[in-house]
Design a protein. Structure first.
Length: 83
């Protein structure tokens, strides 16, 4: 299903795609900062590679959440209960 979402995003006009990825990156950065604060890690002690890995992980989590929310919305639209 993740591939389906990515395929749909790839079919969007370039401007819309860029806007989506920009917003996704912003949310991932906010979550990364929160994650580092929770674990009491100083951002300055991490290398650029380490930060990029953490941010990429947060982006993957966000895409997974979008996928799940899309599935739940579809089930609700069809009148199917998750429980």
């Amino acid at each position: 299903m993740k591939e389906n979402i990515l395929n749909v995003i790839k079919k969007l006009p370039k401007r819309s795609r860029d806007k989506f990825y920009e917003k996704l990156r912003e949310k991932a950065l906010i979550r990364t900062r929160a994650r580092l604060v929770e674990s009491r890690v100083d951002i300055n002690t991490l290398s650029d590679e380490d930060l990029e890995i953490i941010i990429a992980d947060e982006e993957d989590k966000l895409i997974g959440e979008y996928k799940t929310k899309g599935l739940l919305a579809l089930l609700a639209l069809l009148g199917i209960s998750w429980i």
